[in-house]
Structure formats: C-alpha cells, structure tokens
Design a protein around this ligand. Structure first.
Ligand code: SAH
Length: 499
C-alpha cells in the first residue's frame, strides 16, 4: 500500500486509493476502527469491584482519567486504590444516575442484568461503553497493549479471541525492545530540530533510519536520556555537515561489528538483544561453539563465515580473525561476530574489540550466557549456595606450553566453587595440583560435555577419580568442569541426575 500521507485523489483509478477509500456501501473489511482516545482528566466509570475491574481502573488511571468505581463491595487492590484516593468509590448497585457527566464506562461485573443495564443506559446517552468479555454489549473494545511509552502498540482480534491477542502481544513484546519507548520519546524531542537542520525530506528520512535502526540505535537505547540526547545531537550535527557536502546518502550505512554472545549452545538461552542483532546482520562470523540452531536466526541472505577453532587445528589464527572483522567493518557492513557463551568470558572478545576500535571501526558488545551459568541450570549444580559455597571462580584450564599456570592457593578453598573452562586436556594435572594444595580428594567434582544441549552428558565423581572416569567415558570438548561441595546438590535439585 502507498503511504496514506500521499493523499491520492479519490476519483483516480489507483488501486491503493480504492483500498483506502472504499466505495459507499462497499464490503466492510474492518470490524472496528482502531483509535487512541485522549481521556486525560476525563471522568470514567468502572462498574464492578473485583480483580478485572481493578485492572481496568488501573489502565484508565494510567491514561490520566479520573476514575469512579461503583460496586457494593471492593476486593483487595481496588479497596486500596479507593483508600489512597486513586479512585473514587460509590458504594452501592449501579444506577443510571452514575452515568451523569461520565465520558466513558467499563462494566466488569459478573451479573448479566447489571452489564446489560450499563450497556443500555450508556448507549441511550451516547457514552462509549465496554462490557468485559461481551463484545455484543460493547461500543468499543479494549486491545492487548504493548506499552513502550510514548510508543503504543494495540492488538485486537475484533473480540474473537482475547487469548490470541495476548499471544500476538507476547511475540511483539519480544520484537520491540524495551528501549524503543525511550527512543520514540527522543525522536519526538528532536523532530522539529531535525526538520530545521535537514531541509531535504530524503535526508531526514536517511537520518531517522540511521538513528532508529542503525548501530547508533543500540547505543541510544542503553544510554540515560540526557546522554542519549547528546549523542543524537552529535549525530545530527554530523548529518547536517554531510548533507551540505552531499555525503549523507553513503554515510548512513557505516559499518559496525557486534561481538555477540550466542550462549552455551541451546538457542533458548540467546538474549532478545542478540536475537534482534543476529536478524539484522549482513555477515555472521562464527566459530565451532556456536550451534546451528542459533545460526538459523540469521537472515536468509546473510553471508556466514566460519572461523572455527578446533583444538590442535587452529583454522584461523586470532590475528587473522581480527583483520577479517576490521575489513568487513570497513566495507560498511553490519557484522555479527558470534561467540559461544559470553564474548568477554574466555572468548577473546576484548582483543577483538580493541583491534576494531584502534582501527576506527564501530564496535558493540552484546552479552551472552556464559557456559557456567547455562550448565549450572541444566545440571542442577548451583554456582553458589548459602552455607556451602560463598564464591565462584571461573578459570581457564588451557595449557600454556604444556603447563597450567594458575593461582593454586587462591583456588584451593573448600567453600568456593571452581569452574574450569577448556580444562579437559589438563584435567589430571588440575585435580592433583588442587589436592596437593590442600583440597580434599573427596571433594565432589563434575565434567559437563555439551552442556545445555540435548546431547549434554554429566560425569560426576571426586577430585581424586574425575580424570580417570572422564577418560573412560570418552568425553570430548566442549567440556566444563565444576569442583566444589555444590556438586553434591545436583542429585537433589535435578531429579534426572540419578538416571
Ligand atoms: N565464551 C565462552 C567460553 C569460551 S572457552 C563462554 O562464555 O561460555 C571454551 C570453553 O567453554 C570450552 O572448552 C568449555 O569449557 C566451555 N563451554 C562452552 N560451551 C560449553 C557447553 N555447551 N558445555 C560445556 N562447556 C562449554
């Protein structure tokens, strides 16, 4: 459909115009007219004193209405709202005089005759009326709402199925980040300024697309209002000078590399932010720890580049990956560098970020769930537990020139949980060093292979026997090792642990 702002002539033959201006008597295609009512300082009536009435009253209050509730009794929340003066309570049964000077009424009682009488009296007086869960008695219906003040999305199935509206709302909630509200408010604040600064409508559109959907949008959503305004101010000044030189058209697609945590493998453990950014990317650079299910969220036409590192086969040295990211960023692409777990936990994300920044490439870091956190949940091994473990230490068990260079004194504490990343090869040395530094050989310990995924395997033992039993089980990376008394809780927290 063409933009309705274009004001196409009604008499013309343009198909979209016909769609917008159906012929008189033409088939009805919309069950309701969606509108947003301004009820600020207007008198609204809620009939009913229960849970649903309370919810409707709250909604009306949120939109600034002056609310009266009429009901013989009030339940908990409504009673509190009346006591604190947020709503006025007229105790008693509904009578038609309750509608005097009322601009809108909602009936939420479980009495059919009362609901019918509210509908009747209201329609006689021309007052918009909604009877909860009874579309026949409504002159307006209430949509499911996604509230990102000042951005509002309303969903309706025309009264057919409120559950369906709620389902759609949940999906939209996931698609519309909570920061969008703040961004909409910011856009409102700057609307006139942008109009004054950029004379050409095409430049304004480019600027707003860049601000609302480009890399800067992610930053604007995170920053406090005033800092975000400052950032927008700078972007506008830059756009203004670019527009004067005719450069704005090219600059809006400036490259950015997102270092995105893909979580420990199970796609359910992706963050909503990661999901959104993966879906926007032109290029996705990923390695072995990233599961195929996660890659499914990339655009169909996105370029996928594997830079996997398998132990012993360093497909691509880190330096080369860094250079590749810089190069892709320079080409003006939206690049997602997907990393297993969290980019900043044994992920070398810091090195990649430093390299990008020193080359003047925009870089954003999107956190992911690190393997320790994911594996804790899916195995039932808490990382800390009152009275058992007061701290948790994440260490790398990666051998450097065949040795483990770790702070053994700090690690060998009985009331602490140790989580070892990349520790399979050096497991033997790790366990015996911990014992020689004072940890008991009977300390519970576990190895988790492909944690959080359907292929997860857990081998549980003690510091003394873990190296041997993992060898027997033939575990292969990725394997996470957890050492500490907390491992003993697994069988209590996770019923499947005994299987
Ligand atoms: N950045 C990642 C860690 C990368 S280091 C994170 O935050 O999780 C690679 C090591 O992570 C592996 O050797 C293994 O110890 C651990 N690991 C990552 N995913 C894992 C998984 N699904 N199950 C078990 N261990 C995992």
């Amino acid at each position: 459909m063409k933009s309705p702002e274009k004001n196409t002539a009604v008499s013309g033959v343009d198909a979209s115009a016909r769609e917008m201006f159906p012929a008189p008597g033409g088939t009805q295609s919309m069950p309701y007219l969606p509108i947003f009512l301004n009820i600020r300082a207007q008198s609204c009536l809620v009939v009913g004193g229960g849970e649903i009435a309370a919810r409707k009253a709250s909604l009306l209050l949120k939109a600034g209405a002056v609310v009266t509730v009429v009901s013989p009794q009030l339940t908990g929340i409504l009673e509190h709202m009346a006591e604190t003066g947020r709503v006025q309570w007229r105790q008693g049964e509904f009578s038609e005089s309750d509608l005097d000077n009322i601009n809108l009424v909602i009936a939420a009682t479980n009495s059919s005759p009362v609901n019918i009488s509210v509908h009747k009296e209201a329609t006689v007086r021309g007052i918009p009326v909604n009877v909860v869960d009874n579309p026949e008695l409504c002159t307006f219906v209430m949509p499911a709402i996604i509230d990102r003040n000042p951005l509002l999305v309303a969903v309706s199935t025309g009264g057919a199925s409120p559950t369906f509206s709620r389902l759609i709302r949940t999906r939209l909630e996931q698609m519309i980040p909570s920061g969008f509200g703040r961004m909409a408010a910011l856009a409102g604040r700057f609307r006139q300024r942008v109009k004054d600064s950029l004379a050409e409508p095409a430049d304004r559109r480019r600027f707003w697309e860049h601000v609302l959907d480009g890399p800067i949008s992610e930053r604007l959503m995170e920053l406090p209002a005033e800092q975000a305004a400052g950032e927008l101010e700078r972007a506008l000044a830059q756009a203004q000078s670019q527009a004067q030189n005719g450069e704005l058209a090219q600059s809006s697609s400036r490259g950015c590399v997102y270092l995105v945590g893909a979580g420990p493998g199970n796609p359910d453990m992706l963050t909503l932010g990661a999901l959104r950014i993966i879906g926007k990317a032109d290029v996705v650079v990923y390695d072995r720890l990233v599961s195929l299910e996660v890659l499914e969220y990339a655009r169909r036409d996105a370029e996928l580049i594997f830079v996997g590192k398998e132990k012993g086969h360093h497909n691509r040295p880190q330096e080369e990956i860094n250079d590749l990211l810089v190069e892709l960023g320079r080409q003006g692409k939206q690049v997602v560098r997907l990393k297993g777990g969290d980019p900043l936990v044994f992920g070398r994300g810091g090195e990649e970020a430093l390299k990008l920044i020193s080359n003047g490439i925009q870089c954003r870091i999107i956190p992911g769930m690190t393997a320790a956190v994911g594996c804790a949940a899916t195995t039932g091994i808490p990382l800390t537990h009152r009275g058992i473990s007061h701290s948790c230490m994440l260490v790398t068990g990666h051998l450097k020139d065949g040795v483990l260079d770790l702070n053994w004194e700090a690690m060998a504490h009985p009331r602490q949980t140790l989580v070892i990343y990349m520790g399979l090869t050096g497991l033997d040395e790790l366990c015996s060093k911990l014992i020689s530094h004072g940890l008991s050989g009977s300390t519970p310990a576990a190895c988790i292979e492909q944690g959080t995924t359907p292929a997860q395997r857990v081998i549980e033992g003690t510091l003394e026997n873990l190296p041997q039993i993992t060898l027997q089980a033939g575990l292969k990376p990725p394997v996470l090792t957890v050492i500490g008394e907390v491992v003993g809780l697994r069988s209590k927290i996770n019923p499947r642990a005994q299987e």
